[in-house]
Ligand binder design. Structure first.
Ligand code: DLL
Length: 434
């Protein structure tokens, strides 16, 4: 364990730390973030009303829309000069969700990622290949700082160029891998093509997350790589990766509760549900300086288990993510909201407002096809014009969302109409089911 004392701390002591940090956080956001002052005033709550962990339930929620309304830095609780890093993730439409970190926040992030890597016994003896993307996405740098904190040797290779990745893995004697689970499967496929036997390499553990994956996928990765595959969870708004992690028991993900308080609510009523019941994950940052979000609604569906784990860690465990309460998709590691695609189509303006996304897995890679209805006139135009329009949409989606899609222009009324909500997405991947 990276931090045995904190990871196995008895519950009453942990709750004492939480209460103290929560109280301070509420006081700070009340004084420094106009948005929270307004919200707390409207709910008739004063910072001094928050004294125990139970008081958390009284606080109002924060949503992605709130971040959007205060784009880009409006929810920061420190002066701009104290922010040393920003990252960003997808917004629901045009604008990204921007998150910030002070120097201490980077320290906290390194600590929770060090614990995460410690869950797979990574130490200074290890060589870790970080194949999450480096950049605005939190995956690469998050894993990187955690790995440096534990003293492992980091190979900051980022995503892509799989043949080179494999060569590095073999030549450097890499022992740990961090990437999305689908990329891990793609590794195995490419290795087979290249005649490389990953099973016989020193690689022993993988830290996979940033997208949902099934139990079957885990079995496949573990078998084909001969490693332990650990599920790691997080989201940019809270810190990035390092919010929770499985240990080697692989029986739920420990939430690092001295930094992030966790609740499960009924997404319809907003009420906290009892342990063991399914609902929406809500996190409160109690140690962050730049962006301490209060009761942030993740839209991820899970279950909480409060009992001490066989590994000895006392921090509550969450079930692997079981679904979403909204229509966000994660395609090749990129968060995609159908509404973003809709904005692109509206912007281009040459199509009808009827479209459908078809997501599938070709081999081990996610594949996105977008069907878009065009008017009779465009449809009967020359092929060249149609191709031009297809390319334009494809290019725009690549530049705005960062993913490539196949575009299929179809005749009016091809896409099935629905009487209620339009069915915008057909996802054939089945990632949440097992
Ligand atoms: O994906 C942070 C991360 C990076 C986590 C690397 C793990 C490893 P975002 O881009 O903000 O942050 O996307 C957050 O991804 O709300 C979930 O829906 C989904 N997600 C993240 N980890 C998992 C996981 C990063 N282990 C969103 N299982 C979250 C299922 C996950 N879904």
């Amino acid at each position: 364990m990276w931090n045995r004392e904190m990871e196995t701390i008895p519950r009453p002591q942990l709750e004492k730390i939480q209460a103290e940090r929560l109280r301070k956080t509420v006081e700070r956001v009340y004084n420094n973030v106009p948005f929270y002052r307004r919200k707390l005033d409207a709910a008739n709550i004063k910072p001094e009303d928050i004294q125990t962990v139970k008081d958390l339930e009284r606080l109002p929620f924060t949503t992605k829309q709130d971040l959007r309304d205060n784009y880009p830095f409006g929810l920061f609780a420190v002066p701009r000069e104290e922010v040393v890093r920003v990252h960003a993730s997808s917004g629901t439409t045009g604008k990204m969700t921007v998150v910030g970190y002070t120097r201490n926040d980077i320290g906290t992030w390194s600590e929770v990622m060090a614990r995460t890597l410690g869950c797979g016994n990574v130490t200074e003896k290890d060589i870790i290949q970080v194949a999450y993307g480096y950049g605005l996405f939190t995956g690469g740098l998050g894993a990187h700082y955690g790995a440096e904190r534990v003293g492992a040797m980091v190979v900051p290779i980022s995503g892509g160029n799989t043949k080179r990745q494999l060569q590095v893995m073999v030549d450097f004697n890499v022992t740990a891998l961090a990437c999305t689970p689908s990329y891990a499967l793609y590794f195995t496929e490419t290795a087979a093509e290249e005649g490389i036997d990953i099973r016989s390499l020193p690689l022993r553990v993988g830290f996979f997350g940033a997208e949902p994956w099934s139990h079957n996928m885990r079995k496949e990765i573990e078998e084909k790589m001969n490693i332990k595959a650990i599920d790691i969870y997080g989201l940019s708004e809270i810190i990035g990766p390092g919010v929770s992690s499985e240990c080697l028991e692989q029986d739920g993900l420990h939430v690092w509760e001295d930094h992030f308080m966790v609740e499960i609510i009924d997404p319809n009523t907003g009420q906290v549900v009892p342990y063991g019941e399914k609902g929406e994950l809500v996190f409160t940052c109690i140690s962050k300086e730049a962006l301490p979000l209060i009761r942030y609604r993740t839209r991820d569906i899970s279950i909480l288990y409060p009992d001490v784990c066989r590994c000895g860690r006392t921090h509550k465990r969450m079930n692997r993510v079981m679904g979403r309460t909204d229509d966000m998709l994660i395609i090749r590691g990129v968060n995609v909201f159908p509404s973003q695609i809709e904005s692109v189509l509206l912007e281009i303006g040459e199509t009808e407002p009827h479209y459908q996304l078809i997501v599938d897995r070709e081999g081990n890679l996610d594949d996105l096809e977008i069907w878009v209805e065009v008017s009779e006139k465009i449809f009967s135009d020359e092929i060249k014009k149609m191709e031009e329009l297809e390319n334009k949409i494809k290019k725009e989606i690549l530049s705005i969302l960062g993913i490539s899609a196949r575009i299929k222009l179809v005749e009016p009324k091809t896409i099935a109409r629905s009487e209620g909500k339009a069915k915008r997405v057909i996802d054939r991947r089945d990632v949440y089911t097992k």
